[in-house]
Design a protein around this ligand. Structure first.
Ligand code: CAA
Ligand code: NAD
Length: 292
């Protein structure tokens, strides 16, 4: 089946990027958010990212306008009725995701492939709640989506060969490099990356060094593009905390348990860059590190 019409649920950090790369690759894209405010914020995120590419000379203004013309922004899930594929990138909660997929199961034709961009839930837990487990797959993109080349394509024990192959082909069509991952919580990257980020927070709690010095250590000492606290703020502390809870629930291993400091920051609404503060205050003059 040729896939031309894509639906993206959620237009936050990840959904906006997934929708952008799909529209750039020529797909017709419908993006759904929960209300007009979130929809407008999502649309602004897409426009900002495309403008950034134009500013850097990587995209000409006509291509930006053409890309934007492939978008439809909506708050209605019923607008996914004609989609060939739906990619979900909403909050990391099984209940919220399953409510969404349950509704979409009744809206979309049986041929529509469902994909989740979950970081830590198992695809099986979502697929089993629909009437199309064979046409359900994981498509795990990385942040920032327009830049990061990897997509983990996740096959459950019942995902059909056609669905898996179509998902890999889609990842390539949007300019990414797919790898195949088993449907275990955290797939490949987050199994390794999440404990690293959580460990950095634990070292901070123990007073090993400051936020800035730990970040400087890992960038200058190891050549990482960002230190762990900059990365935590970039991923979103609310998302990271949810991911840690889910992985801890799955494996019951301490290295996945969310450290108390992470939970306190989330309680205070310090979600990272998306709310203007996390381990850093993201001021117009530059980041100012939290003193712990
Ligand atoms: N949107 C679009 N493009 C962006 C961007 C964004 N948000 N941020 C940066 N870019 C582009 C820039 O246009 C630039 O491209 P050119 O060099 O071709 O001009 C390029 O990325 C580099 O940007 P900058 O020079 O401004 O900044 P940088 O050199 O510091 O790189 C970075 C930025 C690519 C984000 C880099 O810091 C990096 O790779 N950080 C690590 C990101 C990472 O680890 N992501 C994975 C997160 S975990 C995850 O995604 C999984 C999960 O489930 C939680
Ligand atoms: P985010 O908080 O930036 O965006 C989530 C968006 O989903 C919000 O705009 C919210 O309004 C919207 N939303 C909530 N319920 C919705 C619904 N029923 N329908 C449509 N929209 C709804 O979060 P994010 O960072 O974009 O994460 C989204 C998903 O991608 C999560 O599953 C997360 O684990 C995963 N993910 C995140 C990253 C990352 O680095 N942040 C990387 C890879 C995967």
């Amino acid at each position: 089946m040729e896939i031309r019409r894509v639906g993206v649920a959620g237009c936050g950090l990840m959904g906006s990027g997934i929708a952008e790369v799909a529209a750039k690759a020529g797909f017709d894209v419908v993006v759904r958010e929960i209300d007009e405010g979130a929809l407008e914020a999502g649309r602004a995120r897409v426009v900002k990212s495309l403008d950034r590419a134009v500013g850097k000379g990587k995209l000409d203004p006509a291509a930006r306008d053409e890309t934007l013309s492939r978008f439809t922004f909506t708050t209605s899930l019923d607008d996914f009725a004609d989609r060939d594929r739906v990619i979900e990138a909403i909050v990391e909660s099984l209940d919220v995701k399953n409510e969404l997929f349950g509704y979409l199961d009744g809206v979309c034709p049986p041929e529509t492939i469902f994909a989740s961009n979950t970081s830590s839930l198992t695809v099986t837990d979502m697929a089993a709640a629909t009437s199309r487990p064979a046409r359900f797959v994981g498509l795990h993109f990385f942040n920032p989506v327009p830049v990061m080349k990897l997509v983990e394509v996740v096959r459950t024990i019942v995902t059909s060969r056609e669905t898996f192959d179509a998902a890999r082909a889609f990842a390539r069509r949007v300019g990414k490099v797919p790898i195949a991952a088993r449907d275990n919580s955290g797939f490949v990257v987050n199994l390794l990356l999440v404990p690293y980020m959580l460990d950095a927070i634990r070292q901070l709690e123990r007073g090993v060094a400051t936020v800035e010095d730990i970040d400087t250590a890992m960038t200058l000492g190891c050549g990482y593009p960002m230190g762990p606290f900059t990365l935590c703020d970039f991923v979103g502390l609310d998302t990271l905390c949810q991911v840690a809870e889910i992985m801890y629930g799955e494996y019951r291993e301490e290295r996945y348990a969310p450290p108390p400091l992470l939970k306190r920051l989330v309680t205070m609404g310090r979600y990272g860059r998306k709310t203007g503060a996390g381990f850093y205050d993201w001021t117009p003059e530059g980041p100012v590190a939290l003193k712990v």
